[in-house]
Design a protein. Structure first.
Length: 204
């Protein structure tokens, strides 16, 4: 069973639909027992960094997520805000502490906004590293983005793909069993479904 973390930050339904299309059993839940029983955990999200962390704390999910991911080594995928929450600090609406799984800061785009609209919304090319696990056998590296903030990692080795929109930014991270994507694979058609398939094939 794939656990999709429900913490009040949107787009859980589209992720569930994509996984079920691929034949996976997916459960949208904020129940700790579901996270403990799951083989894989996905943290999606749309919205503000501070609200995301607050909601995870309010539901008592941070400790169980940390245990399942770090101690039991379950494959974990953060999507959009879900990836950003892995950072040490987020600067959206003030300074907020993140999960701290990836050393780094989530900040606004530093781009010429007369030339580039924010949020960055729509299809864009992603440049993965050759060894990036999630991008195996994906021929078209064009994915769908909706975001105004980006993760700036202090841990360069965890960066598995980049994208360019006025500046080069992190499109995905990979650190052992921890994965994150800034784009929305569930909205990225064939390439996104293949990326999710690659994630589902991972084992603890």
């Amino acid at each position: 069973m794939i656990a999709i973390v429900d913490y009040g930050m949107g787009n859980v339904g589209s992720v569930k639909n994509a996984l079920e299309f691929l034949g996976a059993t997916a459960r949208v839940s904020n129940n700790q027992n579901d996270l403990k029983q799951a083989s894989h955990i996905i943290l999606p999200g749309v919205g503000a960094f501070g609200d995301g962390i607050k909601n995870l704390k309010k539901r008592g999910l941070i400790s169980v997520l940390t245990h399942e991911v770090f101690e039991r080594k379950k494959p974990f995928l953060g999507i959009c805000l879900g990836m950003q929450l892995l950072a040490t600090v987020g600067e959206e609406g003030g300074t907020h502490s993140g999960l701290g799984w990836i050393p780094g800061t989530v900040r606004q785009f530093e781009i010429d906004k007369t030339k580039f609209r924010v949020p960055h919304m729509g299809w864009n090319d992603v440049s993965p590293k050759p060894e990036a696990t999630l991008f195996t056998d994906i021929s078209s590296r064009i994915f769908y983005f909706v975001h105004s903030f980006i993760l700036v990692s202090e841990e360069k080795g965890s960066v598995s793909a980049t994208c360019e929109y006025g500046e080069v930014f992190i499109a995905s991270i990979e650190k052992g069993n921890i994965f994150g994507v800034q784009f929305h694979p569930e909205k990225s058609q064939k390439s996104g479904l293949k990326l999710l398939t690659n994630f589902l094939h991972l084992r603890a």
